[in-house]
Each structure stands twice: as C-alpha cells, then as structure tokens.
Write a protein that binds this ligand. Structure first.
Ligand code: SF4
Ligand code: SF4
Length: 437
C-alpha cells in the first residue's frame, strides 16, 4: 500500500466496527464458499471469517497495519457472506465501519489525496464536473480516437491503462441531465406519482437506460418526476469510507425529494438503492434529518421491487430469446430482492429465462473495484462468464449499471458477445414490440 503509514491503537480509534456486530460471528466458516476472494485465493485472511477475525483483533487493541488494510481492501463488499451466514452477522455494516476507521486514521500519499478529491468531491457530486467529463469521453469515443487507440494498442505501453480503458463506459449523448426538473405524464390513467433518482455517472453513461426506465414507469400508470436538485447518492463514498461526504449528499437528496408528495422514490441502480435505503442509518444521529431520513427510507424502492408490487401492465409484446439473470449483489444480498426481477422477466411472452450456476455470485464489478483491483475482478469475471456461457443465453440481464459494464466486458472477452441489458430495458423492448405489432 503506497503512502500508507499508520499505527493506531484502540485508545486512538474513532468509531470502528461495533463489538456487538463482531461478536455475532461464531467462526463456523459457512460463509467461506460464498466469498469470491476466498474461492479465488483459498486464503483464510481473504475470507469473511478471516476479515472479521482481523477486525476483532483491531477492535481489541491490535494496530492497523498495511496487511490489515490490504485484506480488507480486497473485499468486494458484495455481501454474499451476509446471505450465507446463519448467525446474522451484518458484514456490510462491518466492512463499511472498518473502512471508515481506516480512512480516518491513514495518511495517504499526496497523489492519492488529490485523486480522491477530484473524484469524490469535484466529479461525482458536481453536475458541471460530470457533464465536462462526459463531454470529453464522448469526444474521445465519437471522434474515432478510442478506436485508433484500441487498434494500435498504444495504451498497452502504459501497462494497466489498457485494461482499465476497456472497462470505460460509453458516453451516451444526449445526456440524461437535460431531463432533470422535468415531469413525464403517465400513459393512460395516473395511478402513482413517483420521483426518479437518475444517478450521477448514469446521467452520462446510462442515459438510454434512464429513458427506458421513465417509459416503462409511464406505461405502468406512473407520473414520473425527475427532481431537479437531486445528486449523487453517496454509495461510492460510503464504500470508500468517506462517510461525512456521503452524509452531505444524503441531506441534499432528502431536501430535493421530500415534500414532493410522492408515492415512491425510485432508482434503477441496485448499488445506489442499497445506500439510499440506508440513509436512515447514515443520518440517525442528526437531529434535523433523522426523521426525514426515515420518511425517505419508507418511500425508497428499487424499480424492480416497485413494478412487481403494483401489478405489471400486461400489454407486453413477444421477445423470442433465451436470457439469464445475474443477481446484482446490492439487490440480492443488500436488499434481499431476488424474485421481483425474475417475475418481471417471466411475464414477457417468448422470453425463456435460464438460470446460471451461482447467479448471485459477484461478477467482479463492485463499484470501482474492477478499476482498483483489476486482476482479481477479471479472474472473477472469467468464471462468471463460464457459468453464463453454459446456459446458452444470448441475453444477460441484470439490475445495476456497474454490473452491466462488467458483464459487457465479460461478454466481449470471455463470452460469445451476448447482449447485456437491465430488466427495465427488456421490459421497454417488450412494450415497444407490442406497440409495433
Ligand atoms: S463481502 Fe464478498 S468479498 Fe467481502 S468477505 Fe463477504 S463474500 Fe467475501
Ligand atoms: S460470518 Fe457467519 S457464516 Fe461466516 S464464520 Fe462468522 S458466523 Fe460463520
């Protein structure tokens, strides 16, 4: 760990993982096979049990060492272990608290501080910053420069940069930002009024997915409001231990949405949804926001969950294809939503859903994990694609933009060029097919 130099003892610690949460682990090991890093490395310290053991040691006075940071850093925070654990160990909470503690204690190198400042403070929370970065990416891709760079292999000279570049999203002009502040009417009778949180990077890289989400909601009797003052949800901040910044973003989103008299607040990104549903924990100690955060949480829904709960408009057209569904970790393990997306896909005439082995095993995306731990992410992805390929599906469906990027890279590198779509994009295609018939 370059630039890492800390030794912190218990008396110097801030908030770390709660001892009561750590004590729930009875060291049975039933979580080990659910852990992608343990399956890859076979190393106890890179298993959930081993990581909890290390957190316990630090909670009881052991120093935070570079090795501790490395083992925790390699965790995908996929929470597969949380689902597998019979003792109810809240692993997601543990890893977030441990990372926040590390972040509070460490003194990173200047370049790391500068990079984090740019990404977490200037880019993700800033509409202008995202628009400028999106425009630059669009120019790089639309001008043909990206094709040239890939064809000549120029980035290979810079080592890892070529692999990271292969994972970069497509900038989808026009960006979804232009819809912020707009209201889209329900198709037919209005049954619900909903707020849609469009994400941060998704405004640039998943503009068409966001538009499809609005169309599908409208087809299901929703008046869809895109609140103008919405912001990045803070999920990447929480996963990186930057809880104070995440709290500031949470407050801004609550201010942007509450008071709009919405039946539901929706997201199409499982990773964002997981954090948005935890605003009540994030702001639990803030007098002015605790109750408002609970109100926000009561209305917050993943789009799959919402559509399955209201009774899907059945005017769906035929799509003749074989699809396989990849559970997004933050939907399956983080929000316990597994049947809703499958139920929606099964409602589509002609679409055959074929389950893959270990469908709820992480694909290696995990926020920015595939960028910072590219080797491990790619090893995990290659195995995931072997399971996808075994189904013979031509369509990989999932519920999180980050997973879509990772799986699209998997389909190119280790698959047969399968299409990768979000559940709402498949529904959108089906509604359009019905209209065209
Ligand atoms: S969150 Fe995922 S990678 Fe981390 S310990 Fe649990 S199963 Fe393993
Ligand atoms: S986290 Fe749960 S499953 Fe894993 S060792 Fe501890 S008690 Fe057992």
């Amino acid at each position: 760990m370059g630039g890492f130099s800390i030794i912190a003892y218990k008396e110097e610690r801030g908030e770390g993982p709660a001892q009561a949460d750590l004590d729930k682990c009875v060291h049975c090991g039933l979580c080990l096979n659910a852990c992608p890093t343990y399956r890859e490395l076979g190393v106890e310290m890179d298993s959930p049990r081993g990581r909890i053991y290390q957190m316990n040691a630090v909670a009881n006075g052991a120093p935070i060492t570079a090795s501790y940071v490395e083992h925790l850093d390699l965790c995908l925070a996929c929470r597969g272990c949380e689902t597998a654990c019979p003792s109810g160990v809240p692993y997601g909470r543990l890893i977030e608290a441990a990372r926040a503690e590390i972040e509070a204690r460490r003194r990173p190198a200047w370049w790391e501080r500068a990079a984090k400042k740019v990404v977490f403070e200037r880019l993700l929370p800033s509409r202008a910053g995202l628009q400028a970065a999106g425009a630059a990416l669009y120019l790089y891709q639309a001008s043909g420069l990206q094709r040239l760079v890939r064809a000549t292999g120029a980035l290979k000279l810079l080592g890892k940069l070529a692999e990271l570049e292969a994972l970069s999203p497509q900038a989808e002009a026009p960006f979804f930002f232009r819809n912020l502040g707009k209201t889209f009417p329900a198709t037919g009778e209005r049954r619900y009024r909903v707020a849609f949180l469009a994400g941060c990077i998704a405004n640039v890289a998943f503009a068409r997915l966001n538009e499809a989400t609005v169309r599908v909601l409208a087809r299901n009797g929703c008046e869809v409001v895109i609140p103008a003052a919405q912001n990045c949800c803070g999920a990447l901040h929480v996963h990186s231990g930057l809880e104070e910044q995440a709290r500031a973003l949470a407050r801004r989103n609550i201010d942007a949405v509450l008071g709009g008299n919405f039946d539901a607040i929706l997201t199409n990104a499982a990773g964002c949804g997981s954090t948005l549903k935890e605003y009540d924990h994030l702001l639990a100690d803030e007098a002015g926001y605790a109750e408002r955060a609970r109100e926000f949480r009561r209305r917050m829904r993943d789009v799959n969950e919402f559509l399955a709960s209201i009774g899907l408009n059945p005017e769906l057209g035929r799509l003749d294809a074989v699809a396989t569904y990849q559970d997004s970790c933050h939907l399956a393990h983080g929000q316990q939503i597994r049947s809703a997306p499958r139920q929606l896909l099964q409602a589509i005439p002609g679409l055959k859903l074929r389950e893959m082995r270990l469908a709820d095993g992480c694909c290696g995306s995990a926020g920015i994990y595939n960028l910072v731990h590219n080797d491990m992410a790619m090893q995990i992805l290659e195995k995931k694609m072997a399971d996808v390929n075994a189904t013979g599906a031509s369509l990989i469906v999932t519920s999180n933009p980050g997973c879509m990027l990772q799986l699209a890279a998997g389909a190119r590198l280790y698959g047969s060029g399968q299409r990768v779509l979000h559940v709402v994009e498949v529904l959108d295609e089906s509604y359009r097919a019905a209209q065209a018939a």
